[in-house]
Design a protein around this ligand. Sequence first.
Ligand code: HMG
Length: 390
Amino acid sequence: MKIGIDKIGFYAPHLYVDMNKLAVARNVEPEKFTIGIGQEKMAIAPITQDPVTLAANAALNILNDEDRAKIDFVIFGTESGIDNSKSGAVYVHHLLDLNPNARSIEVKQACYGATAGIQMAKGHIALNPESRVLVLGSDIARYGLNTSGESTQGAGAVAMVISANPKILALEDKSAYLTVDIMDFWRPVYSDKAFVDGKFSNEQYIHFFNTVWEQYKAKSDLALNDFEAICFHLPYTKMGLKALRTVLEEANEVDQERLLANYKSSTLYNRNVGNIYTGSLYLSLVSLLEQGDQLKDGSRIGLYSYGSGAVGEFFTGILQPNYREYLQVEKHANLFAARTEISIEEYEAVFQETVPVDGSTAEFDATKDTAAIYLAGIKDNMRQYVTKKN
Ligand code: HMG
């Protein structure tokens, strides 16, 4: 039985900052951010968007009534969740009006969470072929104003329906994975910003990639030329390129050109959104599928997932017949076109406006937020979520 991605969509908040302007404000050459890091625009979450609303908005765009009835498992991958006890999945389950006979959980391992969700979903569907599983990867990446990580922030979510006989990507069974306890990036529960050893994290990302890639080749008997494209977890778009370059010479010139061209297509959306942590690899996949016009049905796509701390995995999927018909190209083009640029001063003000943590009541002004689902405030330590009426 084939199991894989039947539907996929993403959501990014309606505000962004131009990286050229951020560079000027931080006294660095714009090319450092646009070429050295490889980012053009950084999505900024207003106070009315949190990882729950981002995930719900992403899912809203792909679900129909049949999905609502058949989804019996919601897996919410996040590392910027809003509660240490209750899962974001339960809120999303309610906001999307899903079938009550469902399991709903949150999964955490830095940017690897959604991949863990997909593998869990695969096992669930193998036992329950009629089921559909909603896998979400949703995060707001925060390092702090004027920090070296600032240019690699972002916000957004990816939603996927995993099912039997998927219309988009059938996942293959071979996979290679690795866990090593390292401190390259972490966020203690008392901090709303991540701590990071930037250079070390870059090195480990590549080391994990090289390790799981070697393991994968040994397990599968496949080689680089068997891949039409490889999608990477993209904390910033230059990162995946650095990893790809370490193995590129394993392929002939024609294959190298194809892999590099497809790599470019797989970074277009991320370049304009930033790091969305656990959703980043899947935003890259959406970008490749929607912008890679050379891709053919039946092609093999490699996926490299990396979550600091750290867990890495390399796995693969095969593009299904007529997969293009099931993508959300127009919706995503409209989403990008409808965003509003904010100045660096406005971004700094938005960054510093956070949800109260002292039990006080707050109401947020969502008149400018274009999202269908938003956070209206907090009362009695409970977040108040609202779905706009059409
Ligand atoms: P930095 O010190 O600001 O930048 O840190 P840099 O000095 O290393 O420069 C960055 C690049 O810009 C370099 O390119 C420069 O040469 C280039 P490279 O040599 O690396 O290829 N550069 C220029 N290029 C063109 N024109 C110029 C110019 N000037 C410089 N004028 C760093 C950068 C990414 C370390 C920092 O932003 C950071 O710490 N970010 C957060 C950590 C991160 O993203 N790590 C990635 C791997 S870990 C991961 O992916 C997991 C993660 O998503 C978390 C999770 O799993 O939950 C982060």
